[in-house]
Ligand binder design. Structure first.
Ligand SMILES: Cc1cc2nc3c(=O)[nH]c(=O)nc-3n(C[C@H](O)[C@H](O)[C@H](O)COP(=O)(O)OP(=O)(O)OC[C@H]3O[C@@H](n4cnc5c(N)ncnc54)[C@H](O)[C@@H]3O)c2cc1C
Length: 544
């Protein structure tokens, strides 16, 4: 395409992504200076449309940001009342008592929330303070300045034909320039990935690790619903095939979040994470809960799991990475929203000070210092060895070693130093010939569902005439390398059925994509590049 002319708009801070990290940054900036000029750009059709984390929220982040959130009517109303942890076998379960668990694992004082709804509420607070928020605006490119600094983003490009040429309805979008650009795209952000590579921000750090989280919302029999109940399980059905486990959270209105996480460093390319999730619901403990109920929504999203030792450098000239674009999930607690909020607050404070001092387009190193040495770093440091232990020694040993290490870290020391993560998740995949195929039971249509039926419950939608946003670096790799060597695992790891092999051809049904980013992470040849489709496309999660 010929050089595209775009109008540019100037802001103090440009924020990409209206998740908890980006919205917290916007709110904090306005608290510090009501005249500061901020824009938040969100690829979902509305704020919350792409937010999956139906969540147990540690309120420390929102407490720090909006201390009177209760009085302001935040949708954070279901305190955790009961917290249990089970080890599952195929036919039964063993409850692990709470007393040997380190205090940091307790959910006392936390809340079961729809993070989509929390983000919608945060967006209202931000707009009331004067923040401009534009949903339906995907940021597709970074704009660099003359000295190689990040100067802004391109947002709102619409109407390309499938071959990338402009259609009659083509809109070039705009350049949004800022003194600082915040990338709060969540896990495996497409612009964050470019920034990390361009400035080599991962140098000297462990590789980032990921899980795939899948979730359904169920409306269940009121007689079985216990608002405020949190249950986590490990063990069956994954066994030794992969790390991971489930969560079951009872929110309001007889609704339950049923979720399943599979660590993406699994070796056997025959593993089918989606089918593991479906099989899990047939465990007697889960089936009893769900029988008579109905699934009302489905979604999937990768979750960052590398933690403390995998956080890349977070700043480069003109740009800062926030929240899960860095990877701030506390893995044993399965919680990252509190750290996303705290990181937004810290980035805002650093940018405010810099702008006050007349600076722009440089590195906000005060932000990075605060993340590493402050509350976020402390939270992540205590649990830094749990995931490496799990990867190296399996579930049982990691529960003992990781539990012991979390206890000693709570007291301020570790006998194990900082364990390394080893390979990235793509490289962890082994040739199919080294592993046996796994047979999965057929979904029964009541408790378990085939993938495409469930994808309809993510309400995802993509304009079909645009170029596929799942780009192959080399089109010959899926059939030439991945199929013979790895039985082309894209057919299985994608929780939305985007990838198929039909008549010996690799087909990409990008319309089904739920923006989880698993393909960008797990493809063993690292051949798939996830870029944003046009704004407003993707899932439309109701209150996930
Ligand atoms: C299954 C699952 C369960 C989880 N459970 C919990 C839990 O119980 N408690 C907890 O605290 N945490 C939980 N987490 C982790 C939590 O979801 C993350 O830590 C948190 O979402 C990170 O917030 P964020 O603002 O960094 O990113 P996100 O919440 O991912 O928000 C990023 C936003 O940016 C937008 N965006 C991305 N790229 C672009 C672009 N290029 N242009 C425009 N917009 C863009 C996205 O659409 C999205 O709205 C869970 C995660 C998963 C996957």
């Amino acid at each position: 395409m010929a050089e595209i002319e775009r109008e540019a708009m100037e802001y103090d801070v440009v924020i990409v992504g209206a998740g908890p990290a980006g919205l917290s940054a916007a709110i904090r900036l306005k608290q510090l200076d009501s005249d500061i000029n901020i824009v938040v750009l969100e690829k979902g059709s509305e704020v919350g449309a792409h937010i999956l984390s139906g969540a147990v929220l540690d309120p420390c982040g929102i407490d720090a940001l909006i201390p009177d959130w209760k009085a302001k009517g935040a949708p954070i109303t279901v305190p955790v009342k009961e917290d249990s942890f089970y080890m599952l076998g195929e036919a039964g379960q063993l409850r692990i008592p709470n007393f040997p668990m380190p205090p940091l694992m307790s959910n006392h004082g936390n809340y079961i929330v729809s993070m989509g709804n929390v983000c919608r509420w945060m967006a209202e607070q931000a707009e009331e303070m004067g923040v401009e928020i534009f949903p339906g605006m995907a940021c597709s490119e970074l704009v660099y300045g003359d000295n190689g600094e990040v100067k802004g983003v391109v947002a709102g490009e619409f109407g390309k034909n499938a071959d990338g040429t402009p259609s009659d309805a083509y809109e070039p979008g705009m350049e949004l320039h800022g003194k600082y650009v915040f990338l709060s795209e969540g896990v495996r952000g497409s612009l964050a990935k470019e920034v990390i590579a361009k400035y080599d921000l991962s140098a000297g750090k462990d590789p980032q690790k990921f899980g795939l989280g899948m979730k359904e919302i169920w409306e269940i029999d009121p007689a079985k619903h216990k608002e405020g109940t949190v249950t986590h399980t490990m063990g069956w059905p994954l066994g030794g095939n992969a790390g991971g486990g489930s969560f079951i959270y009872h929110l309001e209105n007889n609704q339950v979040y049923v979720g399943f996480v599979v660590h993406l460093n699994y070796k056997n390319p025959h593993l089918f994470p989606y089918m593991e999730f479906q099989r899990f619901k047939h465990h007697p403990m889960v089936a009893d809960l769900l029988k008579g109920g109905k699934r009302v929504a489905y979604g999937a999203r990768a979750i960052s799991e590398g933690g403390f030792q995998s956080m890349p450098k977070m700043v480069a000239p003109g740009v800062a990475l926030l929240g899960c674009s860095v990877g701030m999930v506390n893995v044993p607690r399965i919680k990252g929203n509190h750290n996303a909020m705290l990181s937004g607050k810290a980035a805002a404070e650093a940018a405010f000070k810099a702008i006050q001092d007349g600076r722009s387009a440089d590195e906000l190193s005060a932000y990075e210092d605060e993340v590493r040495a402050g509350e976020i770093g402390k939270d992540l440091k205590k649990v830094r060895n749990v995931k490496p232990f799990w990867s190296k020694y399996g579930l049982t040993a990691s529960l003992i070693l990781g539990g012991f290490d979390m206890w000693t870290n709570t007291l301020g020391f570790s006998l194990f130093g900082t364990q390394a993560h080893g390979k990235n998740d793509a490289d962890a995949t082994e040739p199919a010939s080294k592993h046996k195929p796994i047979t999965y039971p057929k979904p029964d249509g009541t408790l378990s569902f085939d993938r495409l039926t469930n994808v309809a419950f993510s309400f995802t939608n993509h304009e079909e005439s645009q170029p596929a946003h799942l780009q192959l670096k080399d089109a010959s790799v899926p059939i030439g390398i991945n199929l013979p060597t790895y039985a082309e695992p894209a057919q299985r790891y994608c929780p939305a059925g985007v990838y198929e092999i039909v008549d010996d051809k690799f087909v990409i049904n990008f319309q089904n994509c739920v923006h989880c980013k698993t393909c960008d992470i797990k493809d063993p040849s690292q051949n798939i590049n996830w870029v944003t489709p046009q704004g407003g496309d993707g899932p439309n999660y109701p209150n996930m």
